[in-house]
Structures are given as C-alpha cells and as structure tokens.
Design a protein around this ligand. Structure first.
Ligand code: GLN
Length: 473
C-alpha cells in the first residue's frame, strides 16, 4: 500500500487520480495486516490496492464525475456503490478516485474538468527513443499520448503500478479502449452480471462496471468478487453466480472463432490489421476453426448509439437541477432560469450538447422516427450476434481500437462527437447487445506502443470468454 502511494505521488503528472484516499487506504491496509497476523480468514482481495473511477459513489469520499456540476459543492455520497462495497468487503484497499471524461462522455479522457490524463507509455524508453529518431528537436513532453477513455484515469493508474486493478465503466467501450491503449486487460462483463447501483448513469440500458487489470487472471478474480444479483439493481441476474475459476485451457482446437468481416474498415491501421490476422492464424495453427462471419447491421451501430445515448442522457441529466446535488447558480429570478444557468455553469459543452440532442430525439414529433427506430435497429444489431453464435461460433475476435494511442495534440484536432464515433466503432455493438467483451494486449507496435485485440462472447458466458482470453494473452 505504501509503495503504491509513493508511486501515486511520483506519477502525479499523469493526472490519473482526482482524489487520492491515502488515509482510508492506510487504515484498510493496517486492518488487513491485523487480520493476516491474527490468522483470521482473508478476503479474495485482502490487502490489494485498487482504484475506482470517479463516477462510482464512494461513502465519505468526494465523487465528481470530473464535472463542475458535482465538484462545485463537493458531492460526498452517503453510501458506496455496490461494486465498491463488494471490493471493500473482500479486503481491497481503496487508493483513490480516478480521472475521466466528464460524466464518462468521451473516448480519450481529455474532456474532464481536471484536465487530460497522460498515458504512462508516453514515457517508456522504447517510445521515447523512437520519437527521438523521428525528430531531434521535439520537446519530449509535448508528445505525450492519450490513454483512451473514458476510464483513462483507471487505466493509467493500473498501468503505472499505482494499484493492481481498477474499476472503470463501459457504455460504448470506455473500459476496453483505454485498456488497449495502456497495455492492459479491460473487461466489460455481460450486462446484468454486475450491479450498476451507485454507478452514476450515462446510458442505463448499456452501462456496465468494467475491470482493468494487468492480466486475465486478475480480471477473473475481481469479476468473481463483483458478479451477482443485487436487490438494488433490478437488471442484475437472479440466478446465483458460480465462482470465476479459470480452468487451464490448453486445447483450443475445438473452438470456432468468428472474424466479423464488417470490422475490416478502411480506417483500421495496417499494424492493427496485421496483428489481428496474426492472432487468427495463431488460433488456426492450434487447430481452432477460424471463420469469417457477418454482422450486417454493424454500420448502423454508431448512429444508433448516438440517438439512444443522448436520449438516455437527456433523461438522466435531469436530476442535476441545482436543487438536490452539487452546483447551483446564483440566479434566482425563476426556477427555469436557475435550472438553465446551473446547467450552463455545471456541464461542459459535450454534456450540454448531448442533453440538447437527446431532448430533440425525444420530442413528441420525433420520438417515433428517432428513438423508437433506434431501439428497433438496436434489436437488429443484437440479433446479428445471436445468429452468429447460434451458428456455432464460440467467440468473436476483433480489433479493440483503430490504432495505437495517439498524441494528445493530434487527438484534440477533432471534436468529442466525431472522435467517439470513430473510436468506439469496434466496441459499441457489444454494449448494444449486452454481451461480455474483453480487450487483451497483443503486441507492441513499431513505435513501441501496446495494441489490444478484443474477444466478444455469448451473453453470460464471461467465464468461457476469459478462459479463451487467458490462453491468448
Ligand atoms: N465514447 C462513448 C461515449 O462517449 C462511450 C463512453 C463510455 O463507454 N462511457 O459515449
């Protein structure tokens, strides 16, 4: 715990943490040590430093969503999110709350009120040497890379060894995308396997708490702690969940791996593309059946997500009205004027833009044409997966991101909406369909940066998915 705290201090420039809960962590570590010395039974995560994205409620610890709306007045939740409580019940040490895009809307961790998160790989020896080869006069720090997002703070925290695992959230790829860019395992469990209670919502019908770790086994242990029914989240499964013990899968020869042909997009970098086919060959050489499959509605996924996401955002954000939580403006001429000014001051333009789009889609005259239609398209996207899995495919193998992490200066050339639309292209559909998906590091690029590949599995076959991912890693 002390070692991790000292690394947190040394790596402050990464901007991975919004709040470091040093006192809490040290106290928990002391208690854990006492349990150990007294020979008491230990939890599955006893003494393990873990960080939590700052959109999960943490009792007594400020929760900001990287937004002026909540940090203004200092929102300190009176309860723990179920997943946070479960971590603590198993002895985990809460190191702090990690940085994100405001309200998890983004794919770079660049759009939060606390500033962007820097990717620890920007400072790796190999990357720096490569950059120097390209140009001798560059200021090293100006080339720093984004982490991806929106759970970039969590990814940077694990990648920089400030903790062993971190919670992210995943609505369209926010756990898998930064995992790929930071050389980590990023798991989005099946929708309904893990409670969302206390996760400040983005898109309720797609949000899932995500897990970022350095290896698949660690992700399985954390998933084992988090999974299961929660009476406080009616969308969680009722059936009891078996412990996630990964059997050693040494034989992949009976597997059928699907390669969705629609994922071979022109924007995909040649390096990711060649690693993707290398991975497919690897399975094939071990005797697995690797077949091309079709998910014909993939191209509608981005626009469909936009309508559904913004519509749910419009409804969700209504709770931030200046009355109950956080920020309230000084204007008191009317309730409406107070609402409007509070939101103008509290939210960034990404959040405000989504609220406006969503309300447009929900207008009486637009509802059928946009919101209802998008829900129908969502069903088609989900059914594509059902058809593929029913045809005997065990798991889909896809890229996670279009390319390796890019420098911040390049990333911000485009606005949040365009970026999200591009960056989530391989990850979003799994959220639409509620399927489990995991990004696993595959190799380093020519520049010395990590590239991840994604496996998508059948609903609630998270254990099978992780077993295959572990064989692969
Ligand atoms: N990039 C997507 C968005 O901005 C996904 C975000 C997420 O998964 N939290 O909506």
């Amino acid at each position: 715990c002390q070692k991790c705290l000292s690394i947190i201090k040394k790596t402050k420039f990464l901007n991975a943490y919004i709040t470091v809960s040093e006192e809490v962590a040290l106290k928990q570590a002391e208690e854990s040590e006492k349990r150990y010395k007294k020979g008491h039974s230990l939890g599955d995560l006893d003494g393990i430093p873990i960080a939590v994205k700052d959109n999960f409620s943490t009792s007594g610890i400020e929760t900001t969503c990287a937004s002026n709306m909540l940090r203004g007045k200092g929102y300190v939740p009176p309860y723990n999110a179920t997943v946070v409580q479960k971590l603590l019940d198993q002895g985990a040490l809460l190191m702090g709350k990690t940085n994100l895009d405001e309200f998890a809307m983004g794919s770079g961790s660049t759009d939060g009120v606390f500033g962007p998160v820097k990717n620890p790989w920007s400072y790796s020896k190999q990357y720096r040497e490569k950059r120097k080869q390209k140009s001798h006069c560059e200021n090293e720090d100006s080339n720093w890379l984004i982490t991806g997002g929106s759970s970039g703070g969590s990814a940077a925290a694990v990648s920089a060894f400030t903790c062993f695992a971190a919670l992210g959230s995943d609505t369209g790829g926010s756990t898998r995308n930064p995992a790929a860019h930071c050389g980590l395992v990023g798991l989005k469990p099946s929708y309904g396997l893990v409670s969302r209670h206390g996760l400040i919502p983005l898109v309720n019908s797609m949000d899932v708490p995500g897990i970022l770790t350095r290896c698949v086994d660690d992700a399985a242990i954390v998933l084992g702690v988090l999974a299961g029914h929660d009476p406080k989240d009616s969308t969680t499964i009722q059936d009891p969940v078996k412990p996630f013990v990964l059997p050693s899968l040494t034989d992949v020869s009976k597997l059928c791996i699907g390669i969705p042909k629609e994922y071979l997009t022109p924007e995909l970098s040649s390096e990711v593309r060649s690693l993707w086919s290398k991975a497919a060959n690897l399975f094939e050489s071990e005797g697995a059946k690797v077949i091309e499959v079709s998910l014909p509605h993939t191209s509608y996924s981005i626009v469909c997500y936009h309508v559904l996401c913004t519509s749910e955002v419009a409804s969700n954000m209504a709770r931030f009205d200046g009355l109950e939580y956080g920020h309230r403006c000084d204007i008191d001429v009317s309730t409406e004027a107070m609402y409007a000014a509070t939101r103008r001051e509290g939210f960034n333009d990404v959040v405000r833009g989504r609220i406006l789009s969503g309300n447009f889609f929900l207008l009486k005259e637009n509802y059928e044409n946009y919101f209802v239609k998008a829900q129908k398209v969502r069903r088609l996207i989900a059914n594509d997966f059902v058809t593929v899995f029913n045809s005997g495919v065990d798991v889909l193998l896809t890229p996670t991101t279009l390319s390796e992490a890019v420098p911040y200066t390049e990333f911000i050339k485009e606005d949040n909406r365009t970026r999200s639309a591009q960056d989530d292209i391989f990850t979003q559909a799994a959220n639409m369909a509620g399927l489990p998906a995991v990004s696993v590091p595959m190799a380093l690029s020519n520049q010395g940066l990590p590239i991840g590949l994604q496996f998508i599995g059948r609903a609630f076959c998270d254990q099978e998915l992780l077993t295959i991912a572990r064989w692969f890693e």
